[in-house]
Design a protein around this ligand. Structure first.
Ligand code: PA5
Length: 444
């Protein structure tokens, strides 16, 4: 497998017998997952299992053609969406493109700048983004499976208005790209009335499992990522991670270990990366696991950290605070870029012991020092290792986490594909905003 799961630093906290005890349960859930996902019903929400295979060349070509149009007529793409409908695309763009892709000069950037909005209700954020559009050509991509989520709906109203004022209704309509469900979403009917280019989010794939659909692939393509490589990575993962046996399937090992640790009181998991550009990959993971597993008063609480940055904030707690944590680290064997520490003539800063070493080498030493110190301090450590971070490996890793998450939810005894708890705050908000349908409802 492309992924190597190293749990040697989690082993002191459990033994192989405990893993062995979960084997039959894992096989049972694996078979259920693979039988049920063949059923086409929307309700089963298992379309993601085969999605990398289902997406055909025609759809990839359509996404690429639309992205070419955006590249040719826009300085900026505004991506509107929240939760699972936007985190996958953002995760890929941040992890795979230049760390400062929006700040590169025109000559060094072959793609439009990409900004995300509709993922909060802040007028400051939204107004500040509008400031950037002054005298710029832009297009918008609205991603909302339901087509009814308030945050993206408000942003769509605002940015559509700006587009129509700038280009006129007719020309603006050629700059609006909608990604939504084609059965029940009101966005779908708006798009067909107004003639907007539309991509479909399959009904049997939930938002947080939608990364291999146009929801994430279209913004990725606009940013210049090879989406075929993303999909190929996912297809390989699907083929390589198909054994029902824990011993042969690292995705199920990860799911089983986090469940064993949870049962031993390790109820908080920190997903760690040593690359700031993986921030949104870790955010995507957080959303995937939180919404899939946190229900029925159960679930590992997923949180994230970027080291070494957060070693200077969370590090103290992780080393010596409450012992209810475990860490999972995404480790990349070979990073594309590196910097050599040069020798100076006077060693004024006393760093000459590092002369000739690379920053990747030093980052790696930080990683091994942390894993040892934290595990010796009572924090089990799991390492998810990938050979490098490119589109192919990104697709592979994301599929690995999706499969692990589904299995982890099953082992936890919850439905990993619903999110009933997200509705509670919405209900209270709509009642206080006096939304007509909520006139007689009571606050939760
Ligand atoms: O993962 C999920 O299902 C959620 O995070 C949704 O993606 C999020 O609530 C946005 O929903 P929608 O795409 O319907 O606007």
């Amino acid at each position: 497998s492309n992924i190597k799961l190293d749990y040697s630093k989690a082993y002191p906290f459990f033994d192989s017998g405990e893993l062995g005890k979960l084997c039959d349960e894992v096989i049972y859930h694996h078979e259920k997952l693979h039988v049920n996902c063949k059923k086409e019903s929307a309700a089963n929400c298992l379309g993601w299992v085969h999605q990398p295979l289902r997406i055909d060349l025609d759809e990839i070509n359509q996404i690429n053609r639309a992205s070419q149009k955006v590249k040719s007529d826009s300085d900026i793409l505004i991506v509107i969406g929240i939760g699972g409908s936007y985190l996958g695309g953002r995760a890929a763009i941040e992890a795979l493109q230049h760390s400062f892709h929006n700040n590169l000069s025109q000559e060094k950037r072959s793609a439009p700048k990409i900004f995300f909005v509709g993922n909060n209700l802040s007028p400051t954020y939204t107004a500040d983004l509008i400031d950037l559009l002054h005298e710029k050509d832009f297009s918008i991509n609205v991603i909302s499976k339901s087509g009814t989520t308030l945050e993206p709906a408000i942003a769509f109203r605002i940015f559509r208005n700006l587009l129509e004022k700038k280009y006129g209704k007719q020309m603006a309509s050629k700059r609006i790209y909608i990604t939504t469900d084609d059965t029940s979403s009101p966005l779908n009917s708006i798009a067909s009335t107004e003639g907007y280019k539309t991509f479909i989010m399959p009904a049997n794939i939930g938002g947080r499992y939608s990364i291999f659909t146009a929801a994430a692939l279209f913004p990725m393509a606009v940013s210049g990522i090879c989406i075929q490589d993303i999909v190929t990575g996912a297809i390989t993962a699907r083929n390589e991670l198909k054994s029902p046996k824990i011993a042969e399937n690292p995705a199920y090992q990860y799911a089983a270990i986090r469940n064993i640790l949870y049962r031993k009181g390790k109820t908080i998991e920190i997903l760690v990366a040593y690359e700031p550009s993986f921030k949104y990959l870790t955010e995507w993971w957080k959303q995937l696991f939180a919404e899939s597993e946190g229900k029925d008063k159960k679930g590992v609480f997923p949180t994230t950290a970027i080291y070494s940055t957060d070693l200077h904030s969370l590090g103290q707690y992780v080393q010596e605070g409450r012992r209810d944590l475990f860490e999972t680290t995404i480790k990349v064997v070979s990073m594309q870029r590196d910097i050599i520490i040069e020798k100076t003539s006077c060693n004024q800063d006393k760093l000459d012991y590092l002369s000739g070493e690379t920053m990747n080498y030093i980052n790696d030493k930080a990683f091994s020092g942390v894993v040892l110190a934290h595990s010796n301090g009572g924090v089990p450590n799991i390492v998810v290792q990938i050979p490098k971070m490119d589109a192919y490996n990104f697709g592979y890793l994301v599929y690995f986490f999706q499969l692990s998450c589904a299995m982890s939810g099953f082992l936890m005894g919850v439905d990993p594909f619903d999110q009933p708890g997200v509705e509670a705050y919405k209900k209270n908000m709509f009642i206080s905003l006096e939304r007509p349908e909520y006139t007689n409802a009571n606050m939760i």
